[in-house]
Design a protein around this ligand. Structure first.
Ligand code: ADP
Ligand code: ZN
Ligand code: ZN
Length: 727
């Protein structure tokens, strides 16, 4: 391996948003220590010290007088080559500074601090001269227990910390260093459930891919409830048996408690978790343990992609079609796609699992880039739910009500039969719009071009874009007439009100990201639902996500057309996905499920193919439409978002970009135009959209274009490659 000795120059990448790599020198007096690529090193920058990563040989571009020495090598394993390559690749692909990407890979606070040894106390000296009841309780805890910290001891004995300190002063207790408990290892030897023929064939193919230790992207494509999880567990088991590490990316870690339980049942222990809700001590410990190869399996959110696995053997991206894999701020990247890149760099297999794969992934299969494994049937012979439409033009509910007669009838039947129902409405809060009855004024966010959404339970109006919250004003800000507001449209809270009036005896719960205070609260709701302590569950899209509710037999979709309104390029695809996922919650056990879609567009291809359970038909139509309009996955897009506090400056910059835009047979630029959400967090936003034929080097086209145009420091230009959102 390349190495650098005393006096040599190395190039060091620092985790700073705008940075490329800088040269530093290995100190002249480091005769016995060499520096290797990937080493984390402490270096001076201005007046501070920062930790960066050694990339390789220095450029020699800095003159000798200004060249600084490396201060020290940090005592953690070097960053592996595949991860360094991934960082480079993402930076180039997303047009971000490598330093900004590195920052994501080092984002765990304090990962480099040597863990502080914790002090515990054990019995060592003679009993204290003055023995009290409290003191003897502490001593009893230690007689047959391991050493503990002062606070743990006090808690276990039910005394104040002062009592413990007293025993330390008396010499009865003595300090010892507490060792970090090792993370328990999953057991891959206990066999899983007996797999069906299709499941076994798919599992075998994945196990073979893990054994081959080569890059291979595979779509594990199976209807909801087909046993995809059981199948990729076999691949994870193989990875563990080979002594390698597996990473499972999931769209929303807070909702994966059922998944975690299943993992624990299969492998005996919970996997390591990686997400932003972890305490920093947990993050530090997990990061280190991963880097030392001590953690065989990590389940995580997007950022798990940047963990320092020394011996990664498998990546799984569960629910690969989920848009939450796209990070929309800072470095804008798609974690599913970057997982494929990491697998390529690490030369390992990656498994994408979904019942409703993205068109991008399906196109990759058509092109022969990915392989496909099919699980066409639900496990145990459970049938897929029957989906039908309620034509809302014929069954319009009375004003201020949202449940149609046919859905009401089904709900009643289900309650009488003692079966569970779920109502899906993808809108948080009570009402999406509040207006003044006297003058028609709409209550808007002061920082965004968006309406405020009433959350009646919390007693607040909230902006779903920036988080602004206020109470309902006493008077209309426009005409000053008093407390004369009307709630317009439904949210889940309002729907719950309607259901409670109709079925006061039913046990009902609401599940939305803002009504659930914590992952454990979510888990509790999921448990109550799974154990039939709830008759009617009302929820937003978080109820659609992978839960297994064996007693659920009826799903009602309140507004099946909601997602089609936005009109962005993936509106139909996303509506199809979310509706099939919600529908897929029903009838997962013995009793068959049924699904009612309330729609004003029963003739729409999305509704028709859903009712016919004709995924292939939908996909074929959607592919044809995308081809015809020259849209992804058959073309490439890049969004350019110009934003700033001064509207004129923003508009002028966007206009200027528009005038200098590249245009050819292969590249078109649409816009500029004010963004649909044209003010966000007090910043004006204009957008341009570059569309290119596949095969065009979009990045260099963009780089050339954007580097030519100068703009004020107050205006920000963001590039969003392969955009998922267009607001
Ligand atoms: P998917 O991930 O495709 O939605 P799951 O893996 O969650 O499907 O499987 C659905 C349910 O069926 C789960 O409760 C799972 O434990 C069960 N299951 C699937 N395959 C088997 C099998 N071969 N033996 C026993 N139970 C199975
Ligand atoms: Zn008014
Ligand atoms: Zn706002």
């Amino acid at each position: 391996m390349e190495q650098f000795g005393a006096g040599e120059l190395v190039s060091v990448l620092l985790p700073l948003p705008l940075a490329g790599a800088y040269d530093y020198r290995v100190p002249e007096d480091w005769e016995v220590r060499a520096v290797y690529p990937g080493n984390f090193v402490n270096v001076p920058l201005g007046k501070r010290h920062l930790i960066g990563v050694v990339l390789g040989k220095g450029e020699g571009a800095v003159d000798n007088a200004r060249l600084k020495d490396i201060v020290s090598i940090v005592d953690v394993p070097a960053m592996t080559e595949d991860l360094r390559q991934l960082i480079d690749w993402i930076a180039a692909y997303t047009l971000s500074a490598p330093g900004a990407v590195l920052r994501m890979a080092m984002s765990a606070p304090g990962i480099f601090e040597t863990p502080k040894p914790r002090t515990g106390y054990h019995l060592a000296g003679p009993p204290p001269e003055r023995m009290t009841e409290a003191r003897s309780r502490v001593i009893n805890v230690l007689i047959d227990g391991p050493p503990r910290s002062k606070s743990d001891l006090a808690a276990a004995a039910g005394v104040g910390v002062g009592v413990v300190s007293g025993l330390v002063s008396a010499g009865t207790l003595e300090p010892v260093e507490l060792l970090e408990p090792l993370l328990p290892k999953p057991d891959a030897e206990t066999p899983g459930p007996e797999l069906s023929g299709d499941q076994a064939a798919a599992a075998q193919a994945l196990v073979a891919a893990v054994a081959a230790s080569k890059f291979q992207a595979t779509l594990l494509d199976g209807v909801t409830g087909a046993g995809k999880t059981e199948v990729y567990f076999e691949a994870i088991a193989k990875t563990i048996r080979m002594g390698k590490q597996a990473l499972v990316l999931v769209p929303e870690i807070a909702l994966t408690l059922q998944w975690l339980k299943r993992f624990e049942q299969r492998f005996g222990v919970a996997p390591a978790e990686w997400h932003s809700d972890l305490r920093s001590s947990q993050r530090r410990r997990t990061w280190r343990a991963v880097s030392q190869g001590e953690v065989p399996v990590v389940v995580g959110a997007r950022s798990g992609l940047f963990l320092p696995f020394p011996d990664l053997g498998l990546i799984v991206v569960d629910e690969e079609h989920e848009t939450s894999f796209k990070q929309e701020e800072g470095v804008i990247y798609h974690a599913r796609d970057m997982a494929v890149v990491r697998a390529m760099k690490a030369e390992i297999p990656v498994v994408l699992a979904s019942a409703t794969p993205s068109l991008e992934t399906l196109a990759n299969i058509d092109a022969g880039r990915y392989q496909e494994l099919l699980l066409p049937e639900r496990h145990g012979g459970a049938s897929l739910p029957r989906i039908s439409a309620v034509d809302m033009r014929k069954h319009t509910p009375p004003s201020g009500k949202w449940l149609s007669k046919p859905l009401l009838t089904e709900l009643e039947k289900n309650l009488e039969a003692g079966e569970q129902s779920m109502l899906f409405l993808n809108r948080r809060g009570y009402a999406p719009l509040t207006l003044c009855r006297s003058c028609g004024h709409r209550l808007e966010c002061p920082h965004c071009a968006a309406w405020l959404v009433e959350h009646r339970r919390a007693g607040r109006l909230m902006c779903h874009h920036c988080g602004f919250a206020s109470t309902l004003p006493d008077a209309c800000p426009e005409c000053e007439s008093e407390a004369n507001f009307a709630a317009c449209g439904p949210g889940v809270e309002r729907l719950a009100e309607e259901v409670a009036e109709l079925f006061p005896e039913a046990r009902m719960a609401v599940m939305a990201s803002d009504t659930i205070s914590s992952p454990s609260a979510a888990a509790e709701l999921v448990r109550q639902m799974a154990e039939h302590e709830i008759d009617i569950l009302i929820g937003t899209q978080i109820v659609a996500k992978g839960h297994h509710f064996p007693g659920l037999t009826l799903v009602g979709v309140i507004d099946a057309d909601l997602g089609l309104n936005g009109g962005d390029l993936r509106a139909a695809e996303r509506t199809w996905q979310v509706l099939s996922q919600v529908a897929g919650r029903a009838g997962r056990a013995e009793k068959p499920g049924r699904v009612l879609l309330q729609t004003y567009l029963p003739e729409h291809p999305v509704m028709k193919t859903l009712m016919a359970a004709d995924r292939d038909g939908f996909v074929a139509q959607e592919k044809a439409a995308r081809r015809e309009h020259g849209m992804p996955p058959y073309a490439r897009l890049a969004g350019i978002i110009v934003s700033g506090e001064n509207e004129r400056e923003v508009a002028a910059t966007a206009q200027k970009l528009g005038r200098s835009a590249p245009r050819s047979n292969d590249v078109t630029v649409l816009g500029p135009a004010p963004a649909p959400l044209n003010i966000l967090r007090g910043r004006y936003r204009h957008r341009l959209l570059l569309r290119a034929r596949r095969g065009v080097d979009v990045q260099s086209t963009l780089r050339k274009w954007l580097s030519q145009s100068s703009h004020s420091n107050h205006v920000r230009i963001q590039v969003d490659i392969d955009p998922v959102s267009f607001f």
